[in-house]
Design a binder for this molecule. Structure first.
Ligand code: KG4
Ligand code: ZN
Length: 358
């Protein structure tokens, strides 16, 4: 049964990497945000610390361990709810991990006689910004929207004219921004995911700190910044980071050097985002909102830099800026359900659902 004028309830599954997640989301036709009915996430992150990175085989086995308990937990208080579809991430991601979610979704679809909505993980990230929050007054993103997906695997910039008309403007030509954070953090001796460590270190760097190190300032490049394209590059940043760390290690105290470098790295990534954002706002002057999503959206300094730019520029005053709550920045099933709710017409039979690696 497909409700056209009614509330849509979707059970969503995400298992593309090291998170195993299930959520139930609901959307009524007259609202532009989805409501979260339940959301459960298990992570096998701790398991991957010992190997200093994710071993796909291990991640897939962890998915198998968590998938049914996570679904059981998400539905246990909603067993009488009439579901309208099952949404599942079909790619991109780790093959073994994805297959656990896909096969579970297909089995549930057969058992419950429901359609399946296959969801692309990267396209789903921005939908963390279309979720109703607890706050009384929540401003909704207005179209046209400039959408940043900035995670460990992707750094993409999109123009969303509507939920159906989404155009990619550019993306990284090499490493993703999150990957750059992770690799640089590894240089400093931190485990995956490195972004939060870099952010914490950088918070120790204030003006007094910078003044004290004037003669020893570190400068990292902002690659491709003068190119007129929307593409970005982060791998040179990582190389420069390693070089600066090795060179300055002889003259600057190790802890201070880590703080200086973490600060500069965060500023460089922020500057790249700001430059591409301004370029997009110039080329598409009708843009009314900016939404940011993906694990790196958890970084408070990046948010602050974008906020300051919008606030301090006369011609940007009408543009609203949206970041998801922290729990929806990193991988989760709510964003998968939210994407599916806005693309309900993409529902199909379980036997049409395939792994989609791109
Ligand atoms: O979206 P996500 O959970 O997984 C992918 O789809 O990649 O993003 C994970 C990425 C990692 O690279 C991690 O270091 C980064 O998000 N990240 C951060 C922060 N929190 C997570 N990067 C910078 N600052 C943070 N606070
Ligand atoms: Zn992700």
């Amino acid at each position: 049964m497909s409700p056209t004028n009614d509330l849509i309830s979707i059970l969503a599954i995400e298992s593309s990497c090291d998170e195993t997640a299930c959520a139930i989301v609901q959307k009524s036709p007259d609202t532009s945000l989805v409501k979260v009915t339940s959301s459960i996430t298990a992570t096998s992150l701790a398991k991957h610390k010992a190997t200093q990175g994710i071993v796909p085989e291990v991640a897939a086995r962890e998915q198998l361990k968590y998938i049914l308990p996570v679904i059981e937990d998400a539905i246990k208080e909603h067993k009488t709810l009439k579901l309208d579809a099952i949404a599942v991430t079909t790619g991109p991601g780790l093959v073994g991990s994805l297959l656990v979610g896909i096969e579970t979704a297909r089995a549930l679809a057969v058992a419950w006689q429901l359609p399946v909505i296959p969801v692309n993980h990267v396209q789903a990230h921005p939908y963390a910004n279309f979720v109703k929050q607890q706050a009384d007054e929540q401003q909704e993103p207005d179209f046209p929207i400039l959408s940043w997906v900035i995670s460990g695997g992707h750094t993409d910039l999109y123009l969303m004219n509507s939920h159906q008309d989404i155009q990619k403007l550019g993306s990284t030509v090499d490493d993703a921004a999150g990957e750059c954070f992770d690799k640089c953090a590894r240089v400093l001796g931190f485990d995956y995911p490195g972004g939060p460590f870099i952010e914490k270190l950088a918070q120790e760097c204030n003006n007094d700190f910078l003044t004290a190190f004037k003669g020893e300032s570190v400068h990292l490049p902002r690659p491709l910044l003068h190119e007129k394209t929307f593409d970005m590059s982060f791998s040179g940043l990582k190389t420069a980071f390693l070089r600066a760390y090795t060179e300055k290690n002889k003259t600057v105290d190790a802890k201070d050097l880590k703080v200086l470098l973490a600060h500069e790295l965060q500023e460089a990534i922020g500057d790249i985002m700001i430059k591409r954002t301004e370029q997009a706002l110039k080329e598409f002057p009708t843009i009314r909102s900016i939404i940011v999503s993906g694990g790196v959206a958890a970084n408070k300094r990046l948010k602050q830099k974008l906020e300051e730019k919008l606030l301090n520029t006369e011609s940007y005053q009408h543009i609203s800026l949206h970041f998801p709550p922290l729990s929806l920045c990193t991988d989760n099933a709510v964003m998968i359900g939210a994407y599916a709710a806005f693309h309900f017409d993409q529902k199909t039979s379980w036997d049409n659902v395939r792994l989609m690696l791109r």
